[in-house]
Ligand binder design. Sequence first.
Ligand code: ATP
Ligand code: MG
Length: 381
Amino acid sequence: MIRFESVSKRYDSGAYAVQDLDLQINAGELCVLVGPSGGGKTTVLRMVNRLVEPTIGRVLVDGRDIATLDRVELRRRTGYVIQQPGLFPHLKVADNVASVPNLLGWDRARVRARVGELLELVGLDPAIYAGRYPHQLSGGQAQRVGVARALAGDPPVLLMDEPFGAVDPIARERLQQEFLRLQAQLHKTVILVTHDVDEAVTMGDRIAVLSQAGVLQQYDTPAELLGHPATPFVADFIGADRGLRRLAVTPIEVTDLYTPPVVGPRTTVDAALAAVKAEGTRWALVVSDEGRLLGWVDPAGPPDGPRQRDGAQTVALYMRPLTARVGLDCSLKVAFAEMLQNDAAWVAVLDGDRYVGVLTPDTLHAALRRSVGGEPVQVIS
Ligand SMILES: Nc1ncnc2c1ncn2[C@@H]1O[C@H](COP(=O)(O)OP(=O)(O)OP(=O)(O)O)[C@@H](O)[C@H]1O
Ligand SMILES: [Mg+2]
């Protein structure tokens, strides 16, 4: 756990970089710092490994005031991915990654094994990349090496200063997802700095928004921050499209779903027609006895369609596949993307194999409204 207690940092110029900061990052959580350039983000980060000392206040790691800890020891326990890739240019990738294990005095075989393991972990084939120099890497590859190097000594705390800053948006999203996958296995206590609100929302368990001169404006979960910005600064910083961003942090709930009429594959077309008419709709879903979604059917048939429905036949004969599907554990954003990608009015929601309900544009909108406590949301009309 990392704890800032009334921490200020004032440089000799007299200007504050950080002011009266109280912040607690629980063990295993990923805290994102966002804010404008010069807002004190890097300063906050560097106070955790004592590259910057607070002017006033204390920083505690696992309950111990770090001012009383040995600096070298502290830095070994703290992985640091610096702003810009920041690799040692004259060292090969393997030696960059090995720098902390070497400092720790590990024997060669153990260092080699660790380097290989870490390069694999960040998605770089050691056979190809271990022997390269930093200038022979793309921006994204260099940043992966930076992450591998920070993880090398298996530090419980990881400080990441714009770790994905130098890569294009597509590589960036992939790196974010890969890092989240890693974090789900490693449970590091992470402070990650970014300029990018979308990155903060995607990555953070909690987000701290710092304004100019290092004043903490809000410290909350992404959903709270987007739903209830505490100050005009925060509202302005996270932007007018926060409704859209909220999609990413709002889970699907069963109560959001529309449940159209459901028929079995052996139901007759006549019976299905009666079922949809009773519901005042036109389409039914076809679900197996085991609860698996088989498809959808329009029992009345297209008004001037090519094929007349035979009322005595089973719906299985006329059934169509429902390709837009998401898991119940997805965010509304994923569901919305699925809807757009399939150009579908219905996205089936599944709990494992079991069909649960469908999301429609209307129910998606209602879910979003629920998530912001009934405020109108200008996202989907
Ligand atoms: N060594 C220093 N001496 C004097 N002022 C400094 C020093 N380091 C940083 N500052 C000032 O402290 C403030 C905060 O800087 P910091 O690097 O923490 O900002 P940041 O939020 O990381 O910005 P960016 O997003 O541009 O990286 C800035 O106004 C900066 O000019
Ligand atoms: Mg910075």
